[in-house]
Design a protein around this ligand. Structure first.
Ligand code: ADP
Length: 190
């Protein structure tokens, strides 16, 4: 079983690449952002609690996020692997994921960062906001808040996974196809 974390700032292309990996390798793609948005659309209790954080570009609290992720993983009985897109984003999420996977007798195999310059990210997110309907993409201050949250809370995970010798980085500024080729080279070698 291979479990991959796709890592990177908002707008770095994690969702797009995770979908391509899911198709090619037949792993289960779990996007925490998508799960939250589905819950918001369906007006579940979790959706109601998460909405105010997401709308302002803040992270949803760890306890809600970790529980949601674990419930989601539990749905799949014999997967060949998972691609985690947007999780973990804090050290306590990363530790919780390691412990949880350990109870399932599996682990994170590799973490791949999609690296994209902030100026390009901001352009991409504003562009995405015009068609996605995502309120967190339509306001530059919210986008900057998400980037700040990434720098404060998520960036420390680079060191966490480097220590475990699982961290790889690819440049995510080229075309979707080029980036995907680079990702596949890493996944195939591992
Ligand atoms: P992006 O990568 O562009 O920020 P996502 O769809 O991954 O988009 O996430 C959207 C929002 O969902 C985040 O800004 C955050 O509020 C919430 N979210 C997603 N994943 C997590 C997580 N692991 N921990 C806390 N909040 C999360």
């Amino acid at each position: 079983m291979k479990n991959i974390v796709l890592f990177g700032k908002p707008g770095s292309g994690k969702g797009t690449q995770a979908s391509l990996i899911e198709k090619k390798y037949n792993y289960i793609h779990i996007s925490t952002g998508d799960v939250f948005r589905n819950n918001i659309n369906q007006k579940t209790q979790l959706g109601l609690e998460a909405k105010k954080f997401i709308d302002s570009g803040d992270l949803v609290p760890d306890n809600l996020t970790i529980k949601m992720l674990e419930d989601k993983v539990e749905n799949y009985k014999t997967p060949s692997g998972f691609i985690f897109d947007g999780f973990p984003r804090t050290k306590s999420q990363a530790r919780a994921l390691d412990e949880f996977l350990h109870t399932k007798k599996t682990k994170i195999s590799l973490v791949i960062e999609l690296f994209v310059d902030d100026k390009i990210l901001i352009k991409r997110l504003i562009e995405r906001g015009k068609s996605s309907g995502r309120t967190d993409d339509q306001n530059e201050l919210k986008i900057l808040n998400r980037l700040d949250n990434y720098n404060d809370k998520t960036f420390p995970l680079v060191e966490y996974y480097k220590k475990q010798k699982k961290f790889f980085s690819v440049n995510g500024e080229s075309s979707v196809e080029d980036t995907f080729k680079k990702l596949c080279n890493i996944v195939d070698k591992f």
